[in-house]
Design a protein around this ligand. Structure first.
Ligand code: S3P
Length: 172
């Protein structure tokens, strides 16, 4: 299959996982999540990997997983929020993929993430942490993206339709 991969990037809580699953059903394409593959490879849940082995170890496995997934064709990739931090991940993902950034405000992201296990947001003031991290990452998401979709106040179906519409003009 010559089709390009559809690669979803964006901050934690932007809806990448829900959107990728629904999009997979609509377009009848296989879906892969970097986080799920990391958990499968290590046999550990993400918070446990961070706690026991630290972020650097997590990023190393993430980079390996991204490398392997980038070789696929015609699939949907749900990428962990931090993949854009390593430029080599972006080079690899772009080789055979169209990158779509699901954009949202810190307050919206916070509402979505609240109470869920995200080790990097395990801080006294998670909203402040989101604002700080998003401030640093925003330029990376924007530079890496081929398309930007505002995922705020849109249903999963609406986001999927926006993606399908966008990509209908390209050979994906
Ligand atoms: C991370 C995002 C998480 C997961 C890990 C680190 C990040 O994925 O990879 O907790 O650095 O933003 P989601 O974006 O799917 O929550």
């Amino acid at each position: 299959m010559n089709k390009k991969n559809i690669v979803l990037i964006g901050f934690m809580g932007s809806g990448k996982s829900f959107v990728s699953i629904r999009l997979g059903k609509i377009l009848k394409r296989e879906v892969f999540s970097t986080d799920s593959l990391i958990e499968k490879r290590t046999g550990q849940k993400i918070p446990v990997i961070f706690k026991r082995f630290g972020e650097a170890y997590f990023r190393k496995i993430e980079k390996d997983v991204v490398k392997a997934l980038s070789r696929k064709r015609g699939v949907i990739l749900d990428c962990g929020g931090g993949v854009i931090v390593d430029p080599l991940n972006i080079v690899r993902l772009k080789k055979n993929g169209t990158l779509i950034y699901l954009k949202a405000s810190p307050r919206f992201l916070y509402q979505n993430i609240k109470g869920r296990k995200r080790p990097l947001l395990n801080a006294p003031d998670p909203l402040r942490t989101i604002k700080k991290m998003l401030g640093l990452r925003k330029p990376l998401y924007e530079q890496s993206a081929d398309h930007i979709i505002n995922s705020e106040r849109k249903s999963i179906a609406e986001i999927c339709h926006a993606i399908v519409r966008l990509l209908s003009h390209e050979r994906i």
